[in-house]
Design a protein around this ligand. Structure first.
Ligand SMILES: [Ca+2]
Ligand SMILES: [Ca+2]
Ligand SMILES: [Ca+2]
Length: 149
C-alpha cells in the first residue's frame, strides 16, 4: 500500500507548495478512488497490494526508489521523503510482502481495512510532514511523522 498510497498522493504534488483546501481534498479523493477498485469505500489489503504491485516495474517483488520515481514521475524532492516514510530500515527497497505493515500505518481502528477517513487522515499528515521537512536540508524525518498518531 505504501507506494500506491505514495503514488496516489504524489500525482498532484508540486515540490513548491503544499496543497490545501479543495486541492487537498481532490488529491485525497483521487488517490482513494484509484485504489478502491471495487468502489465499496474501503481499501482492503488486496486492493493496496494490487496497486503497489504495479510499481514493481522489474517484477522482483520489491519497489526500488528508481522504480518509484519512474512510476510516479515525481521530482526527487517530493518522491524521496514519501519513499523514506515507508522505507523504515533505509535499504532503499520496499518489499511488496510488507504490505500488511504499511496498511497498519493507516488503519487507526485496527479492523485491517482503510476507510476514507483513515486514508484522509494519514495522507494529510504525510503531506504535512513532507512539506514541513522542506528547507531543513534533509527529508529523512518523514518516517517519524507517519508512525506517530
Ligand atoms: Ca474496496
Ligand atoms: Ca522491483
Ligand atoms: Ca480501519
Amino acid at each position: 500500500m505504501l507506494s500506491l498510497v505514495l503514488f496516489a498522493v504524489c500525482v498532484g504534488l508540486s515540490s513548491q507548495q503544499m496543497p490545501h483546501g479543495h486541492e487537498l481534498t481532490q488529491l485525497v479523493d483521487q488517490g482513494f478512488n484509484f485504489m478502491d477498485t471495487d468502489k465499496n469505500g474501503i481499501l482492503s489489503l488486496e486492493e493496496l497490494s494490487t496497486a503497489s504491485a504495479a510499481e514493481d516495474l522489474d517484477g522482483d517483488g520489491q519497489i526500488s526508489f528508481a522504480e518509484y520515481m519512474k512510476y510516479t514521475n515525481q521530482t526527487d524532492a517530493v518522491a524521496r521523503p514519501m519513499f523514506n516514510a515507508y522505507d523504515t530500515d533505509g535499504d532503499g527497497m520496499l518489499p511488496l510482502d510488507h504490505m500488511g505493515e504499511y496498511l497498519t500505518l493507516m488503519d487507526k481502528n485496527g479492523d485491517r481495512h482503510v476507510d476514507k477517513n483513515e486514508y484522509e487522515h494519514y495522507t494529510v499528515k504525510l503531506i504535512q510532514c513532507i512539506y514541513s521537512d522542506h528547507g531543513h536540508g534533509s527529508h529523512g524525518h518523514a518516517a517519524s511523522c507517519v508512525t506517530q498518531h
